[in-house]
Every structure is written in C-alpha cells, then in structure tokens.
Write a protein that binds this ligand. Structure first.
Ligand code: GLY
Length: 367
C-alpha cells in the first residue's frame, strides 16, 4: 500500500497506510511534528483493545499521558471539548504538545477541534481505528462537534501533521460499526470510481468478512480518492462537496433521531438511497444505475428502520445545514456510477415523494 501525500493550507502531510503501520510511529510523529511531547486522546473501548500496542509504538516521552472520552455520536459536543481542554491543561500540555487521536470519526473530529483551539493550535496526528475514519474523516482536515440544532455546526479546518492508518485496527470493530463504515466506501465508488464500485459488487462477501486482501485493495483506493478531492479543494468551495453525497438527508436523519438511532454510516446509507432516487426522479440518473447503487447499499446489511421520521422535520434540519444556502437545500446527485454533481436544487415535492417511499424502496431492493 503506497503512502499518500496531501497538500493543505497548513503544509503537506502524509497518510501512511499499511498493515503494521504503527511500527515506527514514534519516529514518524517526532519527524512530522518536530516534537515527541505526545498526549493521546482516545475512547475507553478503543483503548481497551489497542492501548498497549499504541503506547508501545508511540513511546510517549513523559510516560503514558492518555485522555479517554466517550465517543458516542450523542457526546460529540462542546462539553466534551471543554472537558478535554481542561484535562490537557491539568496534565501540563503546552504549545509543543502533539495530540494523537486514536479512534473513530468522533474521536478524530473532537480531538481535531481540540487541537485546533487548545492554546490556539497544537500539532495533530490521527491513528484512525474505524472504516469511516480510515477512508474519510481522518483525511482533509475537517474537525468539529454537533449542536442539538444539527451536525458538525461548530468546527474548524485543521489538517493533521500525519495520519497513520493500520487496517489491523479494524479487526476489533463491532460488526455493525464495521458495516456502517462500508457505506462511506460505497460513497467513494458512486461519486468518483466506477472500478471501486464494481469491485465492491463482486467482492462484498470478502469485504464483510474483513478479508485482508480485500481491505488492502479498498482502503488505499478510498484514501487516494479523498486525497485527490481535498488537495484540489480543501475548503469545500466546489469539488469537495461531492463527498457530501448521502449526507444531506443523512445528517438530518442523525439529528432528528438525537444521534441515537443510526450510526453515521447507516444514516448515510439511507441518504444515498434517497439521493439516488431523487437523481432518477429529476432525470439525472438511469433507473438501472440507481438499482445497482441501492442493491449494493442493501447488500452491506439491513439498515435500521426509518421509523416515524417526517419529511417536514427533515426539511427544517436540512435548511439549517452548512450545505444549504439562502433557504435552499443543495443536493449531491449521481449522474452515473463514478460521477456526481453538486449544488443541485430539486423541487421539495420531489424530495417528499422520495422520502415517503424510502422504506418501500429498501424492501424492494432486498427482495
Ligand atoms: N466527510 C466529508 C469531507 O471530508 O468533506
């Protein structure tokens, strides 16, 4: 697996992706950050599985300085940020400190936001431990937390100095969480890589059993897609918006259910089904391509039921989302597998019809 370099406004950083990538981490962090004053931020569950290996690999200069916090999506909030900043201060973290985020998307987003603001910014290194984090959230510098009003409404672009991605860390992921990450992998295929999409169609069983060769094929490929996109458009002025495919409705579903019913990827799974249907209804995508997209999403496994979510509630949240502008919801819609358009406006009546039919669409794809 080749390493990938990303150019960002804060300089170039490397994503080192390989099995056993943790070996040599201490040296790489010291080189990338010009410091070995390491503080580790992680969650109790991740730390239980990987704490010893990480400490052995990182060898923190002044003992084992680890801050653990609850990484449930419902706890990705400002109060967690304050608690971590205060813990860092008590532990003596200064401007030369390096924050190493070991965990999934929530750990990375919260740790990244802390790194961006603690003492006006300290070095950040990601060691992602979930599929979502390895293929998406550790790359590109987005950090932030949720408000009750919506997802990721407070945050900063704050690129890391280094990302160390070791697929071995995926071995201990609960199966639901592993599956949830695969929706982001499918997203990469739909928006940018027809070959990746076809590979997933042919090899989903191997991927679901976490076959090492299959993971070694898909993870670097997703990293390279994301690297290309964020290098071209770090601040999401244009191209980067394609990464929000499935996220317009997905984020609203997470918010309306209090971040409790769906894992992030599962909400995106529903969001991608909706976007594919909207693309068909608005004449942008053929029915047969939409069927392939929906079938692949359903092959990952059952999505949690939508329940009593009403289109009007979702609309209100979508209008408050970062992706909306001047009271208009902007969609990312596929025009064929491997290519998507962003900033698409669609009549609300079309969207409501699609949302109402979503449970039926999912049922038909399973049949
Ligand atoms: N996860 C979407 C982005 O990084 O832009």
């Amino acid at each position: 697996m080749p390493n990938t370099r990303i150019r960002s406004s804060a300089g170039t950083y490397e994503i080192r992706c390989q099995r056993m990538a943790l070996i040599g981490a201490a040296r790489q962090i010291a080189r990338a950050c010009d410091s070995n004053e390491v503080f580790i931020l992680s969650s109790p569950r991740v730390w239980r599985h990987w704490g010893k290996s990480v400490v052995r690999a990182i060898r923190p200069a002044h003992g084992n300085r680890v801050i653990l916090f609850d990484d449930a999506e419902a706890r990705k909030d400002m109060s967690n940020v304050e608690a971590i900043c205060r813990a860092l201060h008590r532990a003596g973290a200064d401007r030369h400190s390096v924050l190493v985020a070991v965990g999934g998307g929530v750990v990375g987003d919260v740790a990244g936001f802390v790194a961006s603001s603690y003492l006006r910014g300290v070095s950040l290194v990601h060691i992602p431990s979930t599929v979502v984090a390895q293929v998406d959230s550790s790359i590109g510098g987005k950090t932030g937390v949720n408000l009750p009003e919506g997802k990721n409404l407070v945050g900063a672009f704050y690129p890391p100095k280094l990302v160390i991605t070791d697929p071995i860390l995926l071995a201990t992921l609960p199966h639901r969480e592993f599956r949830s990450g695969l929706y982001e992998v499918i997203k990469s295929g739909v928006i940018a890589d027809a070959r990746l999409f076809a590979y997933l169609e042919q090899n989903m069983r191997a991927v679901l059993r976490r076959d090492a060769a299959a993971l070694a094929w898909i993870i670097p490929r997703c990293i390279q897609i994301k690297a290309r996109v964020v290098t071209a458009d770090e601040r999401e002025r244009g191209l980067r918006k394609i990464l929000n495919f499935g996220h317009t409705l997905g984020h609203a579903l997470e918010a309306v259910t209090g971040y409790r019913r769906f894992l992030h990827g599962e909400a995106i799974g529903w969001g991608m089904i909706a976007a594919a249907r909207i693309a068909v209804a608005s004449g942008r995508l053929s029915q047969s391509q939409a069927t392939r997209i929906i079938r692949l999403i359903m092959e990952v496994g059952p999505l949690p039921a939508l329940g009593r979510v009403r289109a009007g509630q979702l609309r209100k949240i979508m209008l408050g989302d970062k992706k909306s502008r001047a009271g208009r919801i902007r969609w990312v819609l596929p025009i064929r597998i491997g290519k998507a358009q962003w900033d698409v406006e669609v009549p609300w009546a079309t969207v409501t019809r699609v949302i109402r039919r979503l449970p039926q669409v999912a049922k038909e794809a399973r049949a």
